[in-house]
Design a protein around this ligand. Structure first.
Ligand code: PEP
Ligand code: MN
Length: 349
């Protein structure tokens, strides 16, 4: 890639931490041998890291851009970094970054995205220094319309835009991604399985979605020593683990290009991804409910109250009868009975 061909793989550490870490990670990725002979990638590293705690590593800043320039010069691979302020845009463009991305936190703020679009416009000005594309991650909250609006804000710059589905709070948001896919089939979409799961072990399975949903590539965090990473250490793969995770996908895509899975099949796969996401949330919610129930059980024991309280039972049934989820009442009550039964079991132990 690097010449607009898809799929695109954007690989590299969460953060540029030191010259050695950046160069060593890039070298190890370049040295990998994949099933496909013409494997190409873009090297990523964040120079400025938006962190939750003010005491966490914030990135190496401008210095990090120098290491990315060195990667580009030494290994001949295009490079990418995150920009979160208009001044980052200026510095990244001046440093010859090939791809820029706006992170999930920036994407949550339309005024910030607007300011970034203006900066991109100002510092590229149709010059040859313009990046090949701007990537926009989904916002931290599952707001498809905001993601869509941000794509449009960035499109005004004239630089090609690529959407990146990174999920919300370490969970995929297939419904949001599907909405974008249907509204803008012309905008390439990458998967970010690293931030989507927060867990290196889940990356290989998530990568299968690139083929199933006909996505345009992936952005994956790779670090030469993930255990010592200064940010996102649980989700970064070693280069060897990356190869093991990516090889099955590359073989599958190679096969897919021969047998051409139908659009209907892809559509069904999208719906199934949405169902899996909703099931995960459903079971997660039921498990959370049981945990509260268990704590209530302890309270009842401490206060000499029996697990089954007919008055409370009736109150919940009445409340459920008044709810309107567009579901038949007998269906809601049947499920509630099962939940209640399990809840009593939890309280009786
Ligand atoms: C990143 O790619 O390192 C990053 C900060 O991602 P996100 O904005 O998706 O959290
Ligand atoms: Mn990260």
């Amino acid at each position: 890639m690097g010449d607009g061909k898809y799929p695109i793989y954007i690989l590299g550490p969460c953060a540029a931490e030191s010259r050695e870490q950046v160069m060593e990670t890039a070298k190890q990725i370049c040295d990998l041998r994949f099933n496909t002979s013409d494997f190409r990638f873009v090297f990523r590293a964040g120079a400025w890291k938006p962190r939750t705690s003010p005491y966490s590593f914030k990135g190496a800043g401008e210095e990090g851009l120098k290491w990315l320039q060195e990667v580009k010069a030494t290994f001949g691979v295009p490079v990418a970094t995150e920009v979160a302020l208009p001044d980052h845009v200026r510095l990244a463009i001046e440093a010859g970054m090939d791809y820029l991305w706006l992170g999930a936190r920036t994407s949550a703020n339309p005024i910030a995205v607007e300011a970034m679009a203006e900066a991109i416009d100002r510092y590229t000005g149709g010059s040859t220094a313009a990046p090949k594309a701007i990537l926009i991650k989904n916002p931290v909250n599952a707001d498809a319309q905001l993601w869509l609006g941000n794509i449009e804000r960035l499109e005004k710059t004239g630089v090609p835009v690529i959407a990146v589905h990174r999920g919300c709070g370490h969970k995929p948001c297939w419904n949001m991604a599907h909405t974008i896919r249907l509204a803008r089939p012309d905008i390439p979409m990458l998967l970010d399985p690293s931030h989507m799961s927060g867990d290196a072990a889940q990356v290989p399975a998530l990568l299968e979605k690139v083929a199933e949903l006909d996505l345009d590539g992936a952005m994956i965090e790779v670090h030469c020593h993930p255990e010592a990473a200064l940010s996102d250490n649980a989700q970064q793969l070693t280069p060897t683990r990356l190869r093991d995770a990516l090889d099955p996908l590359l073989s599958r895509l190679c096969l897919a290009s021969l047998i051409c899975p139908s659009d209907d099949q892809k559509e069904l796969n999208w719906f199934r991804a949405e169902i899996d996401e909703l099931d995960d949330r459903l079971w997660g919610t039921i498990a959370a409910r049981m945990e509260v129930s268990r704590r209530i059980g302890e309270w009842k024991k401490a206060h000499g109250v029996a697990p089954l309280q007919p008055e409370r039972y009736q109150q919940i049934v009445e409340r459920l009868r008044g709810t309107n989820y567009g579901l038949p009442e007998d269906f809601i009550l049947k499920i509630w009975e099962l939940i209640h039964e399990q809840s009593l079991r939890v309280q009786e132990v």
